[in-house]
Design a protein around this ligand. Sequence first.
Ligand SMILES: *Cc1c(COP(=O)(O)O)cnc(C)c1O
Length: 434
Amino acid sequence: MLFRSTQPDRMPVSYKEAILNGMPPEGGLYVLDSVMDMRHFFLYMDSETTFRELISAISPILLQGELNPLSAASVAESAFDFEPELRQLDERYSILTLYNGPTGVFKDFGIAYIAALMEEFAPGDKKIMVVSAARSDTGASLAHAFHQRKNIISVILYPSGVIRGLDEKTFVENGGNIIPIQIDGVFDDCQRLVMEIMKDRDFVGRYNLTTANAINVGRLLPQTFYYLYAFIKVKKWLSGDLQFSVPCGNFGNLIAGLYAWKFGMPVNGFIAAMNANNAFANFFSEKAFTTKRRISTISPALDVCFPSNYERLLSFYNEAPLVMRNMVFPQSIDDEITRKTMKDVWKKHNIILDSHTAVAFAAAKQNAETSGDECHTIILATEHPAKQAPLVFDTLGQMAPIPEKLSLLKKECKPTACISPQIDTLESAIASCF
Ligand SMILES: *Cc1c(COP(=O)(O)O)cnc(C)c1O
């Protein structure tokens, strides 16, 4: 499997190089360049295969020459003490639960695996530094995944506001390897600072720098694993066509699905489920895109008007325009229908959905109505409903039970430093930790 930059005429690189670089030195983003057809490797797997077994079997083949079967198994083991869960609701719909990780969001999958793989790939003679921007519980997910990883320092940049869910024992000043730094600004300032330092080749070289933000294509591979996992769970009883419905914000999850298709997963389409922020709906049919103003909705993770994966989608489009037009179905769902869907699913199936998953569910139904397609649709459930306790209670009159690990995320903590959003202040804040 090789990756290349979205910038033209660059040499393809290995996965290891793509992960450790974070982004191509000359700018752009890494995208999947070439991959072998993996069909015969996962077609023999069955519903008894566990998530870790699937990864242990598939990743050394994908990463031939980079990851041997023994290391692949130990990386899968050290990354995942949680796994996705597929629940069939009826003939038409299943739900793929992706919120069993430490912070109750599907992003735990990409972060857990990239951390374990970076440890495996770290050179050994020099520490690598992973700088990532974080908001809400992503910081806790990063800290959890990177804590005690050998030869890695994880710097987490937070916007202004309260920081929660980190354990101070894991901080560098207490002998750990985590450095939370608060930036005087909003999340976009943190992200801009990450981009700025990733482009500063001196800085990158001095610290062996990379990032675990979604600009790192390393986050996408582990997300392809759960699509394949869902496929092996349904393939025994599935008679007709198969689709996935994906709640889309920055479109990383959708791209992972398209990559799984490139690996050879038999699938008929992907529903790109959006809320009122549907600036991207036209893109799939016409490759045209104009940003709109951001609208606040009850599914905030989907409130994105300029998706950070735009370049990756465009690159995929240029490579396979017919796939984009004929296999990706955009649907937009408003808040009212989102709430109605939460209620319907609760009444009919006794399952509490968070609002993002409800958008995907409603989008799947809307797509079936408009297209007349009768395929089985797997809905990606991206967030634990307990994380939206007030909304869930307000909509359903029900409390979603809170698992113990999620209640720990509420604990406040102090960052190691509070700085203005500039490279040199960031560098001195990092240097003063050692
Ligand atoms: C991040 C997030 C999304 C959007 O995922 P993308 O890969 O950015 O499209 C959807 N749902 C939840 C709960 C999220 O946190």
